[in-house]
Design a protein around this ligand. Sequence first.
Ligand code: NAP
Length: 351
Amino acid sequence: MDRKTPVGVLGATGMVGQHFVNFLQNHPWFEITWVGASDRSAGKKYSDATNWRLEGSMPATVAGLTVSDCNPGTGAPDLVFSAMDASVATEIERAFAEAGHTVVSNSKNHRMESDVPLLVPEINADHLRLLKAQKERRGWKGQIVTNPNCSTVALTLGLAPLKPFGIKAVLVTTMQAISGAGYPGVPSMDIMGNVIPFIGGEEEKMQVETQKILGSFAGDHIVDLPAAVSAHCNRVAVVDGHTVAVSVTLEQAVTKADLLAAYRNFDALPQQKGLPSAPKPAVLYLDEDNRPQPRRDAMRGNGMTVTVGRLRECPVLGWKFVCMGHNTIRGAAGAAVLNAEMMLEEGLIRR
Ligand code: NAP
């Protein structure tokens, strides 16, 4: 690709917005030319409006951009990533799509709408075909595509290699990093030496999003995976990386060797197409008894690989394993960038 595609970031000054800015640094296809945030930040230079919280310094290419307010018609390019605060994302993302923009969103607001793809391109790239119905039904020139909740990405990529064996029931317990709560997130006096067994809305999101992502495209909607999914979500004193302990019932009688082979042979479209942010492999099975671990494994594949381990028989549901993914990269900004790469590759975004 000779010239890069200009992109904007809605909510660029926030935690996930900063991850977008960081992840898109030196991206071979995309270049940030526009940043948007609230009225509190609009009109300021990005470097003045943003309290940079990530390791390393703010990319110089973005530091000097002037922050716009989040209204279409303020010079945003066709393609915008959204890291909007959920309290305002519904209306703002819709307004951008109506005005002809492609919105690749990380926010929860539109994920479960029947004509909105909830995309993990290694699993359900065919769900992008919903966009035809979305445009027809809504009369939009633009479009909205979403990526899942941060713990759901790790879970669905951990389950995807097993899908050919028929997934009947899934029971998961998460150990979720504090960075998933944004900045400053959970107070240190609440989380140090502690486990908090509640993350508002998270269990419901994991349950329904998993069924939609692993479901089947049916013209103008998705038929959910017909499997019961139950989640227990916990916040633990880890900085980055959500760990998910999974028990699963499969329809087919399989051996451990069958399942290990499924993990090792899992090959998906983004990897086959060589998309710039597609990790190789997307799912890495680790043989060591004590892996995956967030501190050691979260940054594999530039933060985009989901690691799996400890596959063994479960006396209750059949099989169990542990999976883990970087929550703000694979679970947020990196996921959205990979979605946009897939859309560009499929001709769904103007170059
Ligand atoms: P955040 O740090 O609070 O950032 C929110 C962003 O939205 C800021 O850029 C803020 O701009 C902007 N904003 C707030 N009110 C606005 C308004 N009325 N109009 C326009 N812009 C407005 O939040 P975050 O942690 O990055 O999360 C962003 C989204 O990603 C949320 O929907 C969240 O649920 C989702 N998410 C977060 C994580 C995570 O790990 N944190 C993971 C997955 C998904 P100002 O700086 O000007 O206020």
